[in-house]
Ligand binder design. Structure first.
Ligand SMILES: NC(=O)c1ccc[n+]([C@@H]2O[C@H](COP(=O)([O-])OP(=O)(O)OC[C@H]3O[C@@H](n4cnc5c(N)ncnc54)[C@H](O)[C@@H]3O)[C@@H](O)[C@H]2O)c1
Ligand SMILES: [Zn+2]
Length: 357
C-alpha cells in the first residue's frame, strides 16, 4: 500500500493510495471524538456512498449533503451546513469526513476549518482531480460572485485516503480532465511518469487497474513532496500552477461553465509550453513531446469564439498576480519548470493564440 507523508512545519499526515482504502477510514479516526459527520453530495453518495458506509460499519455517523456544482461552491452553503452540524449535536470535538470531488473537498474542508474555530477533517476524494490535487495540501475555500476560491483557509487534513476504485463510476469527461493534472505532474517534476503516460495511453484511458494505480501513486507522491517543501505557496509550490495561470483566465472568461478545470489546464499547458520555447527556456524537441502528450489525452473541447485579448486582461486580475506582475511557470525540460516574470505582453498574447488554435 503506497503511503506518502506530507510534512509541513505545523502538520504531518499520510496520503494512502490503495484499492479499498476507504474501507480503513475507521482506523484513521481520532479516538477522542464526539460526533462524526460525513459530508458529501447526493450525486457522489448515490454512486459511491456504499463503499464508505461499509468502512464505517459500527461507527456512529451522520451523513450531510452539500449541493454539487461550481456555482454552488458558496459561503451560504457552508453556513447552512454548520447550522445543521450544530442542530445535530456537533461541537468542538466533532470530526468531518469529506467524501466527494474537489467541490466537497474544498467546502467540507473549509467548514471543518472554521466550525468551532476548527475541527479535524479526513479527506476521501472521489474524482481523479481531487485524488491527485485538491485533497492534498490543505487548501480549502469557496467562491465569491467576483471570483473563484477568494474566501478560504489552509486546513491540513488528518489523513487522505485515496481509493482508485471510487473513480470507476466517474464520467469519461471528468476522468480525462483529471488525467491532464497527471500530465502536468509529469511535465513539472516526474519524467518517469511523463514517459509512462506517453507509452501507455491505451491502458490509462481504459482505466486498467495497474495503469491507474501507477499514475495515481506518482502524482500523489509528487504533490506530497512539493507541499511538504512549501506549505503556503510562497515559492516552490508555484510550480503546481503550471498551465493554471492561462487556464484560470479561460475558466473565468467562460463563466466556469464551458470547460472542466482539467480541460482549461490542458489549454493553459499548451500556452505555457509555447511560452517556454519562445522565451528560450526550453528546447523545441522537448516542447513538441509535451504538446504531443497533452494532445494524446485529448481532444480539448473546441476553443472557438474566445477572445485572446480578453484572456490577457483576465491574467492581470488573477488572485495569484503579485503587484500586477504576472508569474508564468514555463518548462525548461521534461520534468523541470521555472517561474518567470516580466514577460513581454506581445509574447503572452501569442502564447494564448497558440493555445487556442
Ligand atoms: N483545494 C485544492 O488544492 C484544489 C485543487 C484543485 C481543484 N480544486 C477545486 O476542485 C473543484 C473541482 O473538483 P472536481 O473536478 O473534482 O469537481 P466536482 O467535485 O464537481 O466533481 C465532478 C463531478 O463528478 C461527480 N462525481 C464525483 N465523484 C464521482 C464518482 N466517484 N463517480 C461518479 N461521479 C462522481 C460529481 O458529482 C460532479 O458532478 C474546483 O472547485 C476547484 O477549485 C481545489
Ligand atoms: Zn488544477
Amino acid at each position: 500500500m503506497p503511503t506518502f507523508r506530507v510534512e509541513t512545519p505545523g502538520h504531518c499526515y499520510s496520503a494512502v493510495v490503495e484499492r479499498g482504502a476507504d474501507g480503513h477510514v475507521a482506523e484513521v479516526l481520532p479516538s477522542k471524538r464526539d460526533k462524526l459527520f460525513v459530508i458529501s453530495t447526493e450525486d457522489v453518495w448515490r454512486h459511491q456512498g456504499g463503499a464508505l458506509t461499509h468502512g464505517l460499519e459500527g461507527v456512529p455517523h451522520e451523513v450531510l449533503h452539500l449541493p454539487g456544482g461550481e456555482e454552488q461552491k458558496r459561503l451560504a452553503h457552508v453556513e447552512t451546513l454548520a447550522e445543521q452540524m450544530v442542530k445535530r449535536g456537533g461541537d468542538r470535538s466533532s470530526v468531518v469526513i469529506a467524501f466527494g470531488g474537489g467541490i466537497v473537498n474544498d467546502m467540507a474542508g473549509f467548514a471543518a476549518a472554521i466550525f468551532m474555530r476548527g475541527i479535524p477533517v479526513i479527506q476521501v476524494p472521489t474524482t481523479l482531480l481531487a485524488q491527485v490535487d485538491a485533497s492534498i495540501g490543505g487548501k480549502t475555500g469557496v467562491n465569491l460572485e467576483c471570483g473563484k476560491n477568494l474566501v478560504g483557509s489552509f486546513h491540513q487534513p488528518l489523513a487522505v485516503l485515496i481509493d482508485p476504485l471510487l473513480t470507476e463510476t466517474l464520467p469519461e469527461r471528468e476522468y480525462r480532465a483529471g488525467l491532464w493534472e497527471i500530465v502536468k505532474a509529469g511535465i513539472i517534476r516526474e519524467p518517469g511518469l511523463f514517459q509512462y503516460l506517453a507509452e501507455n495511453s491505451a491502458a490509462v484511458l481504459a482505466r486498467a487497474p495497474a495503469a491507474v494505480d501507477r499514475i495515481l501513486a506518482d502524482s500523489v507522491r509528487m504533490k506530497c513532496e512539493v507541499v511538504s517543501g512549501d506549505e503556503r505557496e510562497n515559492d516552490y509550490r508555484r510550480i503546481l500552477n503550471f498551465g493554471h495561470t492561462f487556464g484560470h483566465a479561460l475558466e473565468a472568461e467562460t463563466g466556469y461553465r464551458r470547460f472542466l478545470h482539467g480541460e482549461a489546464v490542458a489549454f493553459g499547458m499548451r500556452a505555457a509550453v509555447w511560452l517556454g520555447e519562445n522565451t528560450g527556456h526550453c528546447s523545441a524537441e522537448d516542447c513538441v513531446e509535451m504538446l504531443e502528450l497533452i494532445e494524446l489525452y485529448g481532444p480539448i473541447p473546441p476553443l472557438t469564439g474566445i477572445s485572446p485579448e480578453n484572456l490577457v486582461a483576465r491574467l492581470v486580475h488573477d488572485k495569484k498576480t503579485v503587484q500586477g506582475n504576472v508569474h508564468f511557470v514555463v518548462p525548461e525540460r521534461i520534468g523541470e519548470v521555472k517561474v518567470i516574470t516580466g514577460v513581454d505582453g506581445k509574447l503572452v498574447l501569442e502564447a494564448i493564440r497558440f493555445g487556442l488554435a
